[in-house]
Design a protein around this ligand. Structure first.
Ligand SMILES: C[S@@+](CC[C@H](N)C(=O)[O-])C[C@H]1O[C@@H](n2cnc3c(N)ncnc32)[C@H](O)[C@@H]1O
Length: 293
């Protein structure tokens, strides 16, 4: 076979879609909460399109591997990584394998610099290479955090892992399989007003309202998520309920959130998660799940 033709043959055969785990770590990831969320899904959920406007690490989506999905997030690097894992898996895997072979302190900061040059447009780098760098940094940075400075540059230091699993090929193949049936969009949650259809199952997992004023874990992006944002989200929730969508929303169990969603059903679930950096904030934390049905 000619070399050019060989280059087009995918090295990895993507299998049929099946439930799997996220391929990145993400703050607020829902993997551990799934056994409590799944019983709260609406009737006939298998027939419905699965929509997530705050997809993050996508724990719910990957656990369900639905036949039809719309995934959105406001983080452009995250969205581009999903697209690359869906459409250019071979290139992502070979890029990540090369980064994994060279991993070390000097390499980490070198990749971070190249990644930022690519993200800020200083240097042109392919989407698959950017995705490989995104996954590499996610696996090796401090706590899998995604934090950017005012200029949009990723500035998380290297984590202290002895032997981080940088390339998990099997997980990426399963993720790519699940993503084959997904449309992916980079947009703020208000974009749902354009794209949601009657009958959709929409799982909303926004940055949480802080439990106390010192908690600072709502700053996912450089803009953060304010009480005004929470109120605008409630208005979108109400509009989509009117449209006939089936909505399910997670947030912290605080009076402000309970008041916003007083017109709908409020369930309580318990997350085993550290909410503060001090030991007193650890343990089971109550959260609300609001359903429109
Ligand atoms: C709690 S995390 C979602 C976690 C996800 N459910 C998981 O399992 O990993 C919140 C996500 O909302 C995104 N986000 C923040 N503000 C947003 C906005 N205005 N519109 C859409 N997404 C937003 C963040 O980038 C982040 O990925």
């Amino acid at each position: 076979m000619a070399e050019a033709a060989l280059a087009r043959v995918p090295l990895v055969q993507v299998p049929a879609s099946a439930p799997t785990d996220p391929f990145i770590k993400w703050v607020g990831g829902k993997r551990k909460l799934l056994p409590q969320l799944e019983p709260l899904m609406p009737p006939g959920v298998k027939r419905r399109r699965h929509v997530e406007p705050f997809v993050g690490g996508g724990a719910f989506f990957f656990a369900r591997a639905p036949r039809n999905a719309l995934l959105c997030d406001v983080n452009p690097a995250l969205v581009a990584t999903y697209e690359a894992v869906r459409d250019e898996l071979d290139a992502v895997i070979s890029g990540l394998a090369a980064l994994a072979r060279r991993h070390g302190k000097e390499a980490y900061y070198g990749v971070r610099e190249r990644y930022n040059a690519a993200r800020t447009g200083t240097k042109s780098v392919s989407k698959a290479s950017q995705a490989a760098m995104f996954i590499y940094l996610n696996k090796t940075c401090f706590n899998g955090l995604h934090r950017v400075n005012r200029k949009g540059e990723f500035n998380v230091p290297m984590g202290r892992y002895k032997n981080p699993r940088i390339l998990d090929e099997e997980r990426l193949i399963m993720a790519s399989a699940a993503l084959q049936s997904a449309e992916i969009q980079c947009q703020g949650f208000e974009g749902l007003l354009r794209s949601a259809k009657p009958g959709d199952f929409i799982y909303l997992d926004p940055p949480y309202e802080p439990v106390s004023r010192t908690a600072s874990f709502t700053s996912y992006s450089k803009d953060g998520f304010s009480q005004e944002d929470q109120t605008r989200l409630r208005d979108v929730f109400a509009a989509l309920d009117q449209r006939g969508c089936k909505l399910m929303l997670s947030n912290s169990d605080v009076p402000f959130i309970r008041e916003l969603y007083a017109d709908w059903n409020i369930h309580v679930v318990h997350a085993a998660r550290a909410v503060n950096s001090d030991a007193s904030g650890r343990g089971k934390v109550p959260e609300v799940v609001v359903t429109s049905y």
